[in-house]
Design a protein around this ligand. Structure first.
Ligand SMILES: C[S@@+](CC[C@H](N)C(=O)[O-])C[C@H]1O[C@@H](n2cnc3c(N)ncnc32)[C@H](O)[C@@H]1O
Length: 306
């Protein structure tokens, strides 16, 4: 059979994805075409004609995408900062929303040399590895509870180390464990976290509901079950002057800053919006000032936590 115009195959892909209710049909059609052809998306115009097997490979991927399989499961990668990580079934797909969290964390490290950084709830390792790529002098530690997600993180960490990045230290662990990373207590200059934070029962698109692991998405009736543990553990890990940044649901613009403000050793609590202007992450800094003991009620135990 003769070679065919790629432009027409992309138009057909866009039509199929539009009919399937995919949110960004043109972008997805072009990204799938670029994946099949093996060129960056911006170079598609340089590929006017393709062989019939290429058109067929695109058609197969488009029909899977039309069944709402996530684009990143079909291409096998997701971007974070200046790197890409491998993703697939069993691990949360890193989101563009988290780029602002990463950028804030990198800005918080400006002027600090050889900072110790902790990424709690690391999933594929995206935030930890993007940070290690941007800051080769940082010592980055990352924690994940789910063994399947952790195996994706290991694979990505090995790939990034092989590409020349400073290796990231991975841990199997639960942020609710009071002994988690005990050897690093009071040492972190930055704690980053994109935890599960969606309230149970929230309707979600099929890409998320059917393909992201539920434990990576949902966190109790109010979405705060894991974040409250992250605040406790993250505060313990911070050194004086160190910063914590926690991604949250857009309904949490008051609740998560309030959890941070409730910690007497944290100061400069703020909430931040993502690239779409929605409330997306809260930050705080561990004070360098002496902390007063706070009110003590006779007969009650004194507050055990920082
Ligand atoms: C929303 S995903 C984010 C993954 C990654 N940080 C990213 O931005 O792509 C949350 C991750 O936290 C993990 N997780 C959930 N509960 C946890 C817990 N209690 N302790 C440690 N990890 C947990 C999930 O398995 C999941 O991989």
């Amino acid at each position: 059979m003769s070679r065919q115009p790629l432009r027409l195959a992309v138009l057909e892909a866009q039509r199929v994805l539009t009919d399937a209710g995919v949110a960004s049909p043109r972008v997805d059609a072009e990204l799938l075409a670029a994946h099949v052809v093996g060129v960056p998306r911006e170079r598609l115009p340089m590929v006017p004609l393709v062989d019939p097997p290429v058109v067929e490979a695109l058609r197969v991927l488009v029909s899977q995408r039309a069944q709402r399989v996530p684009l990143q499961h079909l291409t096998g990668t997701a971007a974070m900062g200046a790197i890409e990580v491998a993703v697939g079934p069993g691990v949360f797909i890193p989101r563009p929303e988290s780029e602002t969290l990463l950028a804030w964390g990198l800005a918080a490290l400006q002027g600090v040399t050889q900072p110790l950084v902790v990424d709690l709830c690391t999933g594929s390792g995206a935030l930890a590895l993007a940070l290690a790529h941007a800051r080769p002098d940082a010592q980055v530690h990352a924690v994940e509870r789910d063994p399947v997600a952790l195996s994706w993180a290991r694979r990505n960490a090995e790939a990034r180390a092989a590409a020349g990045d400073t290796p990231v230290v991975l841990y199997a662990g639960d942020v609710a464990d009071p002994g988690l990373l005990g050897a690093l207590d009071g040492m972190a200059y930055l704690v980053l976290c994109n935890p599960p934070y969606v309230p149970v029962g929230t309707p979600l698109p099929p890409e998320v509901a059917l393909h992201d692991p539920p434990a990576a998405v949902f966190a109790g009736h109010d979405g705060l079950a894991v974040i409250s543990e992250v605040v406790r553990t993250g505060t313990r890990l911070l050194r004086e002057g160190g910063s914590i940044a926690i991604e949250h649901d857009d309904s949490h613009a008051v609740a998560v800053p309030a959890l941070l403000a409730a910690r007497r050793v944290l100061t400069d609590v703020a909430d931040h919006v993502d690239l779409a202007g929605r409330p997306r992450f809260a930050t705080a800094r561990r004070t360098t000032l002496p902390v007063s003991p706070g009110p003590v009620s006779p007969g009650l135990p004194s507050r055990p936590e920082p």
